[in-house]
Design a binder for this molecule. Structure first.
Ligand code: ADP
Length: 478
């Protein structure tokens, strides 16, 4: 005998009556809506309803079959319980399930209906949880994912699709997503669908984003057997831009390397052929070879240094550095060249020192580079000065290198810290690699979270400056 608690309640019974007519439609609509919500975010497309109904029939059949046999087995005991005074109120009513000819309206069948309802609720909950999890998973992907049919109508679109293709693209049953993509994508979608789900395609194309900027996108198309296709869109604009910059770097580097190499070869050939009889000229040519070799070495070193910093392989060793002291050492090192060019070289520094946590050799490289540039691009007899200061409010040490030299035209300023950039005409004035300032910027900004900049006027002179956070905490916060 079944325990009393398994007896159907009066209201359950009445609803059970309605379910006996169309047994699982009411509960079946919930998984349909849940699955529909997963694919169509609330809008169940006709195919979805059809699929849901099929699933519904299957679920109903699966759940109904075992309970029928259970009901048959329980019929004798349920008839005895129906005569019991503790039977449910419905059992005594004229329409009591125990008295109906339909076996499903027996008390025991009422219990099986309740059991089925519980099983169904569990099933619905499981579908809902699964659906929510899958939507969350797809929404966490950075690529736009759109499921479309052969008419180009959206069945499902994830969050990234809304961001990349516009919010309307996520509306199920519309063609907004496919229309936001170049027309070739829809033709390819149809092709993969017509292949019966066996084909995959990859298209690299351009998309105009909401700021009217063209961006490069990579579209992956995957056909499914049920005449649907997944359209996965990735923004590869920055990757392509990085590729372009890499190729540009290689082209410029090769050019810069070829120039000193050509000159080295020419002078070496002259000496090797024995065509230079004059001893002084031979010495001069050997000197040129030496200086070009040095330039080549410096170029390669800078390229390697920049490459190491940009790839994150360069490691800095931070220590308390007195920038006043360091600047003084750099001035001493450049004094000989300044004297040779009759350039007055001065240092203005704080007596209390200017301390910041930094990598000493790297900082020396920055100061020396700015200082040698100032001397290089200042005519003989000019003035160059180095100032070291502290900004206690910003908690930074600021180093400035001033000159009254050539100056830099305004149009060149934004490109000055780029790779291989040299101001036109400066080439005639002094030799260089066009990589020094880029290396300085990498050391200051990427390795010390500092700032670097320039103020300049043609014919008046320039002031290059950089600021380094005084301590590690300030650097991390910067
Ligand atoms: P380079 O080895 O050519 O000097 P840099 O990267 O150090 O390379 O400098 C890039 C360009 O910036 C130089 O070629 C020059 O045209 C300009 N420049 C740098 N410093 C100065 C300065 N103090 N005065 C004028 N122009 C400068």
């Amino acid at each position: 005998m079944k325990p009393e608690t398994s007896q159907p309640k009066a209201d359950t019974n009445s609803s059970g009556g309605s379910r006996s007519g169309i047994p699982w439609l009411a509960v079946g609509s919930i998984p349909v809506a849940a699955v529909g919500g997963y694919f169509a975010q609330g809008e169940a497309a006709p195919w979805l309803i059809a699929a849901g109904s099929a699933a519904l029939t299957f679920v109903a059949a699966a759940l109904f079959a075992p309970s029928e046999s259970a009901g048959a087995g329980e019929s004798s005991s349920s008839s005895s319980s129906s005569s019991s005074p503790s039977s449910s109120p419905s059992s005594s009513s004229p329409s009591s399930p125990a008295k109906t000819s339909d076996p499903r309206f027996t008390a025991s069948s009422g219990r099986s209906i309740e059991a089925r309802e519980v099983a169904n609720d569990v099933l619905v909950r499981a579908i809902e949880v699964r659906s929510t999890e899958r939507t969350a998973l797809l929404d966490s992907v950075g690529d736009a994912i759109v499921l479309v049919d052969s008419h180009g109508e959206t069945r499902f679109a994830n969050h990234a699709a809304g961001v990349m293709l516009g919010e309307a693209a996520t509306q199920a049953g519309t063609r907004h997503a496919i229309e936001a993509l170049p027309s070739g994508v829809f033709r390819a979608v149809q092709a993969v669908i017509n292949s019966g789900g066996s084909e995959r395609r990859r298209i690299e194309t351009e998309l105009t984003n909401k700021d009217a900027t063209p961006v490069v996108i990579l579209v992956n198309l995957v056909g499914h057997t049920d005449r649907l296709a997944s359209v996965i869109v990735r923004d590869v604009h920055s990757e392509r831009e990085a590729d372009r910059m890499k190729s540009e770097f290689v082209a410029k580097a090769s050019h810069e390397l070829r120039t000193p190499l050509a000159s080295l070869r020419a002078y070496a050939e002259l000496l090797a052929d024995g065509e230079v009889e004059d001893e002084n000229q031979r010495c001069e040519f050997a000197g040129i070879i030496l200086s070009e070799t040095g330039r080549l070495g410096a170029l390669v070193d800078r390229m390697l240094d920049i490459g190491r910093i940009e790839s994150g392989m360069a490691r800095a060793t931070y220590e308390q550095v007195d920038f006043s002291d360091l600047a003084s050492k750099c001035v001493d090192e450049q004094q000989g060249e300044a004297n040779r060019r009759m350039i007055s070289l001065k240092l203005a520094r704080s007596d209390r020192g200017a301390f910041a946590s930094a990598d000493r050799p790297l900082m020396k490289q920055v100061i020396l580079n700015l200082l040698s540039n100032a001397i290089k691009y200042t005519p003989d007899g000019g003035e160059v000065s180095v100032e070291v200061d502290t900004d206690n409010l910003a908690r930074t040490v600021v180093v400035s290198v001033r000159d009254n030299g050539l100056g830099i035209p305004e149009h060149a300023l934004p490109r000055l810290f780029g790779k291989f950039y040299r101001v036109e005409n400066h080439e005639k004035f002094a030799k260089g690699t066009g990589l020094g300032l880029n290396l300085c910027r990498n050391i200051v900004e990427a390795m010390h979270c500092g700032q670097i900049g320039v103020d300049s006027k043609v014919g008046v002179g320039s002031r290059f400056w950089f600021a380094i956070p005084m301590d590690q905490a300030a650097r991390k916060a910067a």
